[in-house]
Design a protein around this ligand. Structure first.
Ligand code: ADP
Ligand code: MG
Length: 698
């Protein structure tokens, strides 16, 4: 190792170590209070912090600062300002005030707002989130911020995420109080596992579909894909190793706990997992990780693809959101405890999650809905679009026993009566793995596996936190009124299991039978596409819940639904136009060129000898010529469907046309082009093949 890891770790972060070392005791403690307990920050404190931050940043090579935020585009945004201020002697000094630290005023008019903010009122503001540390990137001090309109409506993903964490905090503390525990706060933690592809930059640049849309819109299957399973956990290639080393170093400098790396199932596919942290920090870190992956890949002559489905026929990329709740004292509320009393508490929090997932399946589903992720969910590589919960055999048996007041056939046979001494100790069942479940309990956390690789993890955690807060609120309302806590608790857990057992499923989520059972027998929702899922954001039950917990306002919800659907339509629209472009400018002329050479060859050969049959030339010509006619009519159809999109006056209607009209026409066009690829000489083919793309990195 070139570097001393503990020494470089966090070296570009204004973290607790730096604060403690550089700030006076008074300033440090007051800032800590703001970070830990949401206390207001006095102006003089902000000035003092800003001044130290600037000195530290300048010492570490920074010349600029920026409020770093997460607008609804899904990527991060920054506008750099230098620290310089003219001094009377004609030179400059480096300045940075408390006001500049706390609040910024970027022009908001070019960010999506879903009609939230009329363009004449284009001002928005960014507000410092002191719970996520400032850091230096590209000689710029980056201050994590929330982004709002002047009227106070959230225009970003961080604001509702922080609100959802607060909602859960409030309700979880009420529950803990009932168990006799007074904690300062309960926070949710997340460890996101990130999948990605690496391909050679030169090959990438020859594919306009990859350049414009991040995925291949055409491409016949190569002779070898992932069928040998020789890539998963395989030996990492030298170029990839060099990339991973540099990536780790960059991430560590930014205080990101990059931990695990390995090859994934598809050729050229890899994964990186950090150690978990508080949800908003994990979210900021994941956004940074995705950005830095792309930058570092370029330095190594490669491109990092974060698209959910860059290649048809091999696995796409997802992100696993490992989620739990913990107290400030570090107690994981989803870890089975050592005593019956602790286990009763564990079961209650477990029930809260089960109920949340059942009651708000649609919100969880739509929180991961994008045009890109639609290609994965429901395909046999990723969890289905149906949301269900996997608990494993032991926990399921325990819940079953509680439900039926029956003996639990565990290591000791005991009747499950909660809150009394007979509750058995659970073992942490780590062997029982079900990779097909979208929402799996893995011993002391839940793993939500439906996220797409490019999704911001903020979206699903907002919904998850809010939905769990709602279950906890209902429980607290009921238990606070109970005269006999233990029996009320027992009844509550029993009722919850009975009411929500339909969401529990330990079987194979990829099977056709499951779709049948889930939708027909259990009544679970199966929202296959973004166009199906997203409008449910505005269902009354969902709006009521999100508004009751102050996670979103009504206008914010309307604007978000609009933006997400717009995003879906725009993404597919760009893909459609890219296909038209490639077909008209490249594929058709290329096939035509090959046909010409075949025709010329046939003609020549026949003129030399009347006995040559030219079977190969003639049959290929005949099939290719049919295909060019098919391609032409498909491309005309697609052009028509794309043109039609302009005539719908609501985004919901447009998204339905995208789903029902545009996407199937893209599919049909691709099929013919891919067939033509198999019949055309590689020399005439205008773009690198799947084989070249997938096996381009050594
Ligand atoms: P698994 O083998 O079950 O996938 P790992 O130990 O590899 O488990 O962890 C996967 C991810 O889950 C890592 O990012 C890890 O930090 C995270 N994780 C572990 N414990 C928790 C927790 N209590 N809350 C949130 N994430 C967690
Ligand atoms: Mg995992």
């Amino acid at each position: 190792m070139k570097q001393n890891v503990p020494e470089i770790f966090g070296s570009l972060v204004f973290d607790d170590r730096v604060m403690r070392a550089r700030l006076s005791d008074k300033i440090y403690h007051s800032l800590r209070k703001t970070i830990d307990e949401n206390a207001d920050l006095e102006e003089d404190i902000a000035d003092a912090v800003a001044s130290e931050m600037r000195d530290w940043a300048v010492e570490n090579g920074a010349t600029h600062f920026t409020h770093w935020f997460q607008p609804l585009t899904g990527v991060t945004a920054e506008k750099h300002d230098s620290f310089i201020t003219p001094s009377p002697d004609g030179g400059v000094i480096m300045e940075f005030s408390g006001k500049e630290l706390i609040k910024g005023e970027p022009d908001a008019s070019s960010f999506p707002s879903g009609g939230l903010r009329a363009t004449f009122e284009a001002r928005g503001y960014t507000a410092w989130d002191p719970t996520s540390y400032a850091f230096i990137k590209d000689h710029t001090l980056c201050i994590p911020t929330a982004f709002c309109s002047y009227a106070g409506d959230a225009l970003d993903k961080k604001t509702p995420l922080l609100r959802s964490m607060q909602a859960l905090n409030i309700q979880a503390k009420r529950i803990l109080k009932l168990f006799g525990k007074d904690v300062k706060n309960v926070r949710t933690s997340v460890g996101p596992e990130q999948e990605y592809f690496l391909i050679d930059k030169d090959v990438f640049e020859k594919r306009p579909d990859l350049v414009y849309t991040g995925r291949t819109l055409f491409g016949a299957m190569p002779p070898k894909g992932q069928e040998l399973d020789d890539h998963y956990f395989g030996v990492i290639k030298p170029r990839v190793t060099a990339f991973m080393e540099e990536l780790n170093e960059e991430l560590w400098k930014l205080g990101i706990l990059a931990k695990t790396e390995h090859n994934e199932v598809a050729p050229a596919q890899h994964e990186l997992a950090p150690i978990y942290s508080t949800t908003n920090v994990a979210t900021d870190n994941n956004q940074l990780t995705m950005e830095i992956m792309q930058k570092v890949a370029r330095r190594h002559g490669m491109v990092c693809l974060l698209h959910e489905k860059p290649f048809a026929g091999v696995n796409g990329s997802g992100k696993h959101n490992n989620w739990s709740m913990a107290t400030d004292a570090g107690t994981n509320l989803l870890a089975p405890g050592d005593t019956p009393h602790e286990n009763a508490q564990f079961l209650l929090f477990l029930c809260a999650v089960i109920q949340a997932v059942d009651d708000y399946q649609d919100l969880l589903r739509l929180s991961v809905a994008t045009a890109g992720n639609d290609h994965r969910l429901g395909a046999n590589e990723a969890p289905p679009a149906i949301i269900s919960v996997f608990l494993g055999d032991e926990l399921t048996a325990i819940l079953e026993a509680i439900k039926n007041d029956a003996p639990y056939e565990g290591r000791e046979k005991v009747v499950m009566k909660l809150g009394v001494d007979s509750l058995p100790k659970f073992s942490r069942d780590a062997t029982d793995r079900n990779r097909t479940s979208p929402f799996a309990f893995t011993g002391n956390k839940f793993e939500f596996r439906s996220l797409g690789s490019s999704n911001s993890i903020a979206c699903c955690n907002i919904m998850l936190n809010a939905a769990v807060a709602e279950s906890l609120k209902q429980y607290a309302d009921r238990l606070e009124k109970a005269s006999d806590f233990e029996s009320a608790l027992h009844d509550l857990i029993k009722e919850t299991i009975t009411a929500h057992e339909r969401i529990l499923f330990n079987g194979n989520g990829y099977g056709e039978e499951w779709v049948e059972e889930a939708t027909k027998v259990r009544g679970l929702s199966n929202l296959k596409t973004t166009a199906d899922a997203m409008p449910h954001l505005l269902d009354k039950k969902n709006m009521d819940m999100l508004m009751a917990h102050k996670v979103f306002t009504e206008t914010e919800l309307h604007s978000r639904c609009e933006i997400m659907l717009e995003n879906y339509c725009k993404t597919v629209n760009i893909e459609g136009h890219t296909m038209v472009d490639m077909v008209r400018k490249n594929y058709l002329p290329a096939i035509e060129g090959y046909l010409y050479s075949l025709a010329k060859a046939t003609h020549l050969m026949k003129s030399v000898s009347s006995r040559v049959k030219c079977n190969y030339e003639i049959s290929t010509m005949e099939r290719l010529s049919e295909l060019t006619d098919d391609i032409l009519s498909c491309v005309e159809d697609l052009e028509g469907a794309l043109a039609d999109l302009k005539k719908y006056d609501s985004v919901i209607r447009t998204s339905e046309a995208v789903r029902d009209d545009v996407l199937p026409k893209m599919e049909a066009l691709r099929k013919h082009v891919d067939e033509a690829e198999m019949l055309t000489s590689e020399e005439c083919w205008p773009f690198p093949s799947y084989g070249k793309l997938l096996f381009s990195v050594y």
